[in-house]
Design a protein around this ligand. Structure first.
Ligand SMILES: Nc1ncnc2c1ncn2[C@@H]1O[C@H](COP(=O)(O)OP(=O)(O)OP(=O)(O)O)[C@@H](O)[C@H]1O
Ligand SMILES: [Mg+2]
Length: 278
């Protein structure tokens, strides 16, 4: 069964999508470099904004409402998930489920009135679980039924935290939601870790904030991802950073760019923690 990681934080603009896209691409490349290109990764974008899909499968990321992720969440019976899955444009072993922005916004409004609404994504993904090594889920910047679906479908949650005072102080509601999901619906859901993002060492408070994160979450804090123009440029070029700044040697993930090195290190750490073949 796939290790399923939801990338979540109710605060907007903290690097959820950047992390989802680069983690999914990094895992796909790492397995290929290891001669395991038959091991596949699925990126699921449950955010109606659809930004993760844009970076991964530009031009192939949208579908008719009835053939998109929204239909899997709202229709009874849902359409076949196997038929929907498409390949990324950058990596042969990275796949997506196409989205439809308007249909997903409608789905978010409709979900509260639907039966068994919190576990619809989990059930929708069940038939394809055995086909993938990892499923990475990008989530919207609010606490609602879409986020709850992403948590119920997951084995792990990764929480990107903006390296700022507001970033560190705004995690309470998310933690309460995770606790409720664990208690009522998914007792085996684990917090994979906290990822400091948009880290700027020129700012005087950065070290204090990183120390505060260590103090609160100890060994659950990943090495930080620094602010890097490569990440923003890759995003606006509809690419993951490994495609945007490729390594010289085919079997290597990281190039000379700091952003590729930091996301490659995150990929290695996650492979180790989750115990998947590396
Ligand atoms: N480490 C970084 N360095 C520089 N720019 C970054 C970094 N991480 C993210 N960005 C940029 O910051 C913006 C917000 O990032 P991203 O879209 O990943 O956040 P998000 O949490 O998914 O936002 P939302 O809550 O709206 O979904 C994007 O333009 C992205 O390119
Ligand atoms: Mg996002």
């Amino acid at each position: 069964m796939a290790v399923t990681i939801s990338i979540a934080n109710e605060k907007g603009g903290v690097g959820k999508t950047t992390t989802a896209v680069n983690l999914a691409a990094g895992l796909a490349m790492r397995l290929r470099a290891d001669g395991r290109g038959d091991r596949r990764i699925l990126l699921v974008d449950i955010d109606p904004q659809g930004h993760a899909l844009l970076s991964t499968a530009y031009g192939r990321h949208t579908a008719e409402a009835g053939e998109s992720l929204a239909a899997l969440l709202t229709e009874t019976p849902p359409p076949s998930v196997q038929r929907m899955i498409r390949q990324s444009v950058h990596h042969p072993n990275l796949y997506i489920i196409p989205g439809n922005r308007a249909a997903m916004s409608r789905a978010a409004r409709l979900l509260p009135s639907l039966i068994a609404n919190e576990s619809r994504l989990q059930r929708a993904l069940a038939p394809v679980q055995p086909l993938f090594e990892y499923i990475i889920i990008d989530t919207p910047p609010n606490i609602g039924d879409l986020l709850v679906n992403a948590l119920v479908a997951a084995t792990h949650v990764l929480i990107p935290v903006e390296t700022s005072y507001l970033g560190v102080s705004g995690l309470r509601e998310l933690q309460q939601t995770i606790q409720s999901v664990c208690f009522h619906l998914r007792p085996d859901l684990q917090i994979l870790g906290y990822l400091p993002t948009l880290c700027d060492e020129q700012r005087s408070e950065t070290h204090e904030i990183l120390a505060e994160l260590q103090n609160r979450y100890g060994g659950q804090v990943f090495d930080p991802i620094h602010k890097a123009t490569d990440l923003a440029y890759a995003h606006s070029s509809h690419m993951d950073v490994f495609t945007y700044r490729p390594a010289r040697q085919r079997d290597q993930l990281a190039s000379s760019s700091r952003a590729t090195q930091e996301y490659a290190a995150l990929v290695e750490t996650i492979l180790q923690i989750t115990g998947q073949p590396a």
